[in-house]
Write a protein that binds this ligand. Structure first.
Ligand code: 5GP
Length: 113
């Protein structure tokens, strides 16, 4: 039993709209989407934040990127998408389990807020 929200989604204990999963990665739709497509990609391994990734995570992070790119294509984002990682409170991280936001389906502006 864990109190980590995203671990509980990954295990199926808390329902989510899962769009992809394998033995290392789970992707599911954000409950409060900021774009027509807004998917969160997480490693099953608990890494609390991007700043805490280690040498041992290099292959896992590469896999996450590959899944994000393939999913973007499958979800109709071939014309462009944004991949976002909020690291720690000041950047707006609210869930302490590393996640990529995959956003697309609308025009994006830069710089972000
Ligand atoms: P962060 O702010 O940490 O970068 O992103 C956390 C994201 O998780 C937010 O976009 C938020 O909407 C999403 N989120 C929070 N709770 C839940 C939940 O219970 N289910 C799903 N699918 N997304 C959630």
């Amino acid at each position: 039993m864990t109190d980590c929200l995203f671990c509980r989604i990954a295990s199926g204990e808390i329902p989510a709209s899962i769009v992809y999963q394998d033995e290392r990665v789970v992707a599911f739709r954000d409950i409060n989407p900021q774009a027509p497509v807004h998917v969160l990609l997480i490693p099953r391994k608990v890494i609390r934040t991007h700043a805490e990734i280690g040498e041992a995570d290099k292959e896992l992070l590469g896999h996450l990127h590959l899944v994000a790119a393939r999913l973007a294509e499958q979800l109709g984002l071939g014309d462009g998408y944004r991949l976002v990682v909020n690291c720690r409170e000041r950047a707006g991280q609210t869930v302490p389990h590393l996640h990529f936001h995959l956003l697309g389906g609308r025009d994006m502006t830069w710089p972000p807020g």
